[in-house]
Design a protein. Structure first.
Length: 356
């Protein structure tokens, strides 16, 4: 698996006329090497593949990164890399411009004098956008854990329980059931706070006659899931029910219309036009969804400006919402796999309005 990924990186470098690539992103490092440690720099040229790490990780890296020459750095790893590249025919050295700080770039300039430093954009991320069978299996398992947690939390939530307590219970349940961790900070937003698209859990107690938005996911073997469901505690008014129905219709409309070859802009419009048609377009201010995998947000997105094309093997969220200040909000989010002929909806949790 890693051998194929390595060759794809080399092919991309050749197309761009770059002799070597420094990989700084920990997610990209894991993807191309299989190494799960937290420290290390990867260097890929046409005839060498180096993973430079320190004493803590050399044994682990040697076991996991079979396609790489693992080198232990006692001092500055960049100095060691420069020595390894000397005389290797590397004139143009690429670096990941989206993952290097200004201080990091200054260190590159100082160390790699004599090399032409070339900023690169998403060389590895483009590969990561298409999930192989192993990655798909990990994501499916992460989703299973997440959906079990959703079923569990419905019996835990009641008036007086705080948002933070509900979030902690979700995360504890997921870890007990196989997750490494939560995929991202858990969102539990109730009442007027449900109008906050990213309303992280607070000390607010759950009340009566209000929405509760739950946005959470599991990390399983490094891969994420992402689920949002909005439930109601008490007796929903006609307005509550109307908003929920519109968001659910937008969600279903998008799922029915998405297909490979469609742009992110076209996918976004499926749900956005539905919501706007009911007069709530101004209350849907974010994109319809995003790709995810090793990271919870990866480059491919559904948005009003995205021209990226959906390809088979991509996994993304579909998450329309309506957010009304001083009233509340609804988001309903599913995870999808793009197939050769359409999409597979990976999340199975009920989307009918659940009233507690």
């Amino acid at each position: 698996m890693e051998a194929q990924r390595l060759e794809k990186v080399r092919a991309a470098l050749k197309r761009q006329g770059i002799d070597g690539l420094l990989i700084a992103s920990p997610y990209n490092r894991r993807y191309v090497t299989g190494f799960t440690g937290t420290a290390g720099t990867v260097v890929i040229t046409q005839d060498r593949a180096l993973l430079v790490t320190d004493f803590r990780y050399t044994s682990q890296a040697s076991q996991q990164a079979r396609e790489y020459e693992v080198v232990q750095a006692a001092g500055d790893p960049l100095e060691l890399i420069r020595e390894k590249l000397a005389g290797a025919g590397v004139a143009k050295l690429g670096f990941e411009k989206n993952h290097v700080t200004y201080a990091g770039y200054e260190a590159y300039e100082k160390c790699f004098q004599g090399f032409e430093l070339v900023p690169t954009d998403n060389i590895v991320e483009q590969q990561r956008g298409i999930k192989d069978e192993r990655e798909q299996a990990h994501i499916r398992r992460a989703i299973e854990i997440t959906e079990k947690a959703f079923d569990y939390i419905l019996g835990f939530m009641k008036p007086g329980v705080t948002e933070r307590e509900a979030a902690a219970e979700l995360e504890y349940f997921m870890r007990k059931n196989g997750a490494i961790s939560s995929a991202y900070p858990t969102i539990v937003a109730s009442g007027v706070r449900s109008a906050l698209p990213h309303g992280l859990a607070s000390d607010k107690p759950l009340g009566v006659n209000e929405f509760v938005t739950l946005d959470f996911g599991a990390n399983y073997e490094g891969y994420c899931s992402d689920l949002t469901r909005t439930v109601f505690i008490g007796e929903p008014t006609e307005r509550h029910q109307e908003i929920y129905r519109i968001v659910l219709e937008a969600n279903r409309t998008a799922l029915e219309g998405l297909k490979p070859g469609m742009t992110g802009k076209e996918g976004d419009a499926l749900a956005r036009d539905c919501i706007a048609g009911y007069g709530y377009g101004d209350y849907f201010g974010h994109g319809l969804g995003h790709a995810f995998g090793l990271e919870i947000h990866e480059p491919m997105r559904f948005s009003q400006k995205t021209e990226d094309v959906l390809e088979p093997g991509a996994i993304l969220t579909v998450e329309p919402g309506i957010y009304i200040p001083d009233f509340g909000g609804v988001r309903i989010e599913d995870d999808i796999l793009v197939t050769e002929t359409g999409i597979e909806v990976l999340t199975k949790s009920s989307k009918e309005l659940i009233v507690l």
